[in-house]
Design a protein around this ligand. Structure first.
Ligand SMILES: O=C(O)C(=O)C[C@]1(C(=O)O)C=C[C@@H](O)C=C1
Length: 359
């Protein structure tokens, strides 16, 4: 789909886009205090606060609702900070537009549901407001792309993306695993869309926030969205991941913005190193091709003798041996596993084609 998309936030030269504010608006006092403290930092582009909170289970704090919009209006009048909040249905959109909220965002639980995205898109039709779209909770690129397309088709031309990580069953240090490759792929497909990291939801804990924010800047993200609360431990939602305005000030002070590309002189050195990488990639592809030819021969052999394609004990041996070898060359276990699984699957696919043809 051909798109002509503008920036959600004009960045200040020399630093990334900064979106900060409490997870939820709790009281007028809390919203105002947080906004005043953040405004003093002089680096916040957009003040965030959840008014309607989609919670996993009923009974937890579900947001103050419409009343909070007047607090955000006051934030803008008294501090000059522009405001943003999450919308999940048509009435949220109408209320926000009436209240003059500057930027709207779609949450991960909305992006995941095309019915909800379409309802929001229909309500936005004809409005001139920028929209940020969080990734869906599950790692489904199609849903993220679909949400961008639906909002764009509603006539919204300033759209950005928020990477908040993906839910994951299993052991991990993150609340939502980043899967950086998903966001990198979105950047590749939509180079004009600003990409913001929501380090709060990726981390779910304070001690990782700075590291994840810097990782995003290393990947050439446009900025960050972080949950900030005047008294994080007393927050009514997501207490474990919120930080004070002072801590947030330190965090952004220590971030290093990277240049998007190298200059001409730097480019010479980079080009030489890239040439060497191209050479190695060529060799690798040639060698993988040769490996598959051997797999084909094994396939013929198995077809003639009616032997199963999958050989668990051999596969286990390959996996163990190569992972150990990879470690000696500074390659992570995670990488080696992913690489070997891909090779093994390709080998199986080759052999499947051969044995099925032979029957
Ligand atoms: O050794 C075999 O039997 C093969 O078919 C080769 C190979 C591989 O590609 O390494 C592929 C499939 C088997 O599950 C085990 C190993």
């Amino acid at each position: 789909m051909e798109m002509n998309i503008g920036k959600v936030i004009q960045p200040t030269p020399g630093r990334g886009v900064v979106i900060a504010g409490p997870c939820s608006a709790e009281t007028e006092g809390q919203v105002m205090q947080c906004a005043r403290d953040l405004a003093k930092l002089g680096q916040v582009d957009l003040y965030r606060s959840g008014i309607w909170k989609p919670r996993t289970r009923p009974g937890s704090f579900e947001g103050v609702g419409k009343e909070g919009l007047s607090w955000l209006k006051r934030v803008k009048e008294e501090t000059g900070l522009k405001t943003t909040t999450e919308v999940a249905n048509a009435s949220h959109v109408y209320d926000c537009l009436k209240a003059g909220i500057d930027v709207l965002w779609l949450g991960a639980r909305t992006t995941v549901n095309p019915f909800s995205v379409q309802e929001v898109a229909d309500a936005l039709n004809g409005a001139d407001v920028p929209v940020l779209i969080k990734n869906p909770i599950n790692p489904d690129l199609g849903l993220w792309i679909g949400a961008v397309e639906r909002i764009y088709k509603a006539g919204i031309t300033r759209i950005g993306l928020i990477h908040r990580g993906f839910s994951y069953h299993g052991e991990t240090i993150y609340r939502n695993v980043p899967r950086w490759q998903m966001a990198i792929e979105m950047k590749r497909r939509f180079p004009d869309l600003q990409m913001i990291v929501d380090n709060s939801h990726i981390c779910g804990r304070r001690d990782l926030l700075a590291e994840v924010a810097q990782e995003a800047l290393n990947l050439n993200y446009d900025g960050l969205m972080t949950e900030v609360h005047p008294r994080p431990d007393e927050a009514w939602s997501d207490a474990a991941q919120q930080i004070t305005p002072a801590v947030f000030g330190e965090l952004i002070k220590n971030l290093r913005l990277r240049k998007p590309t190298a200059d001409e002189v730097e480019m010479e050195r980079l080009t030489e190193l890239r040439r060497q990488i191209d050479e190695i990639d060529n060799d690798l592809i040639g060698m993988i091709g040769r490996r598959m030819k051997l797999a084909d021969q094994i396939g013929e052999f198995k077809a003639e003798r009616n032997i199963a394609v999958l050989q668990e004990s051999r596969w286990e041996e390959v996996l163990q041996e190569a992972t150990k070898q990879g470690k000696d060359h500074g390659l992570s276990e995670e990488f080696m596993e992913g690489y070997l699984r891909a090779i093994h699957q390709e080998s199986i696919d080759h052999q499947d084609a051969i044995v099925n043809k032979a029957r």
